[in-house]
Design a protein around this ligand. Structure first.
Ligand code: ADP
Ligand code: MG
Ligand code: ZN
Length: 482
């Protein structure tokens, strides 16, 4: 029997607001433990939360960007559970009246456009952080644990998809697209190492073509999209084997160990009723009236789709280039910055997609760490387009810029790479090359025009690739036909 995987994702995004969700403490990663906390985020008796307006604005941006509807009223709930990093004994979250509902995000999975439904987008708060001393930071074998409240109460948005994803690859594509969108929205740094973006994946399998959902398991807190993709593939394999052997999938949380590639069941899954949700009595409802929503909509940053259209219209870029350039906020920002220093958008986009992305792919590097800044790349392309250096030399210079962070001008000067366009100088070299190759001259004169390429190649060799090809062609032609 053929099985079809069914995947739904729950994504947590820490917002990059200045202050926390329900108090005035600063939001930042790390720092001296317990220096950014107060009675509210440490849950002292009698402390009262006040909702952060900016966080609600960011939340609205996310909801709108995911094509959700925003009901005029949503409320906070208490989600009760005990854990040392949760001092109140409950997390303030949203339950049956979330902020935004019923949206979607389209992805290209394979060559097919797939619409992934967004069930809900809601507001909650992050927990504090347990720090396990000794034994490599893991709870198993730790001597004792400490709690850092700096993170406690950081605004956290949860995005829940519908079970519309049907392969581990598509899950990864979805997450990449979502992350990029969040970056365009300027609401989070989406730093996965620092935990600003975290994902739980729910997965089940069912007979291909069936309209029913199978029993799901959950992979929690995957800290990279690559791990998530791999973990899902493993878990799908495990479920299919189980079912084929006549067994049953148990609804539970499973742990994926990237190092061993093993999936192991962890604990039975909790259900909504375990949390004893009830409305948070200390907070008023959130009234997102049409005035508020329209204000947010009007102030939305430019999103990737709109940017791509602008590149096509304003700069005449091919649709493909526009899509690649806007597929990451960093790349798109880089492109626009470089345009200030070199205004041929088409040539710039080709160079970015060919050379720069090629280099990053080959080295596995990130654009943010690339030593060639937009201004320097603009400088290099300017030297090429004005004929100071040839295109081929430009590629070498670029490689060196990537390694050393030096400017194109410096490298060209110190290595004597400037293009030779001087007619007399090139004519002299052409003359020598012609004199040394009488047989080829004969062929050319007998009508074999292609031999010209041979002579051009010889001149290039003599000049270490620095000769201006147009001038070389001209002087060779003159000499050979004259
Ligand atoms: P729970 O109450 O167990 O958390 P939810 O209904 O809230 O379950 O769904 C959580 C996530 O799991 C959502 O992203 C949803 O799309 C996904 N999901 C629900 N049922 C299934 C299923 N049978 N297989 C795969 N994913 C599922
Ligand atoms: Mg859930
Ligand atoms: Zn605080």
């Amino acid at each position: 029997m053929e099985f079809e995987p069914v995947i739904g994702l729950e994504i947590h995004v820490e917002l990059s607001t200045r202050s926390k969700m329900f108090c005035g403490c600063r939001v930042a990663f790390g720092g001296e433990p317990n220096t950014r906390c107060c009675p509210v985020c440490m849950a002292h008796p009698g402390a009262l939360p006040v909702a952060n307006e900016k966080a609600i604005e960011y939340l609205a941006r996310i909801g709108l960007a995911l094509n959700c509807s925003i009901p005029g009223r949503s409320i906070f709930h208490r989600k009760n559970y005990f854990y040392p990093d949760l001092p109140k004994g409950y997390q303030i979250s949203q339950y049956d009246q979330p902020f935004a509902v019923d949206g979607y995000l389209d992805i290209m999975a394979g060559n097919e456009q797939t619409t992934v439904g967004i069930e809900r987008v809601h507001m909650e708060e992050d927990t504090a952080k347990n720090i396990h001393a000794g034994a490599g930071g893991r709870i198993a074998g730790a001597l004792y644990s400490l709690i850092d409240f700096n993170r406690s109460g950081t605004p956290l948005v949860e995005i829940v998809t519908r079970p519309d994803i049907h392969s581990p690859q598509a899950a990864r594509l979805f997450l990449n697209k979502l992350k990029n969108l969040l970056k365009y929205l300027d609401v989070s740094d989406c730093n996965m190492e620092e935990g600003s973006l975290r994902c739980d994946a729910n997965v089940s399998v069912r007979p291909a073509g069936s309209g029913e959902l199978g029993v799901k398991t959950e992979l929690k807190n995957m800290n990279s999209f690559k791990h998530l993709e791999k973990g899902l593939a493993k878990e799908i394999e495990r479920q299919v084997e189980l079912l084929e052997g006549g067994g049953k999938v148990v609804q539970q949380t499973v742990h994926f160990d990237f190092a061993t590639g093993e999936v192991t069941p962890m604990r039975s899954k909790e259900f909504a009723h375990d949390y004893r949700y009830f409305p948070e009595p200390d907070l008023v409802p959130v009234a997102a009236g049409s005035g508020f929503v329209e204000k947010i909509r009007a102030g939305m940053p430019e999103l990737p789709g709109a940017r791509a259209s602008r590149y096509i219209q304003e700069f005449g870029l091919p649709a493909y280039n526009a899509e690649v350039l806007t597929s990451s906020r960093e790349l798109s920002d880089y492109f626009e910055e470089a345009l200030h220093h070199f205004d041929d958008a088409r040539a710039l986009s080709n160079w970015l997609m060919g050379e720069l992305l090629g280099y990053l792919n080959a080295t596995g590097g990130e654009l943010a760490d690339c030593l060639v800044k937009p201004r320097e790349l603009g400088g290099l392309l300017e030297m090429i387009s004005s004929g100071k250096i040839s295109n081929a030399v430009g590629k070498d210079v670029f490689a060196e810029m990537c390694k050393t962070g030096k400017s194109a001008g410096e490298i060209v000067k110190s290595r004597g790479l400037a293009q030779i366009s001087d007619e007399a100088e090139l004519a002299a070299i052409a003359g020598r090359v012609i004199a040394a190759n009488p047989a080829q001259v004969e062929q050319f004169r007998a009508g074999k025009g292609k031999v010209l390429g041979f002579f051009v190649g010889q001149v290039m060799k003599e000049t270490g690739g620095r000769a201006n090809p147009q001038v070389v062609n001209r002087v060779l032609r003159e000499k050979l036909t004259g």
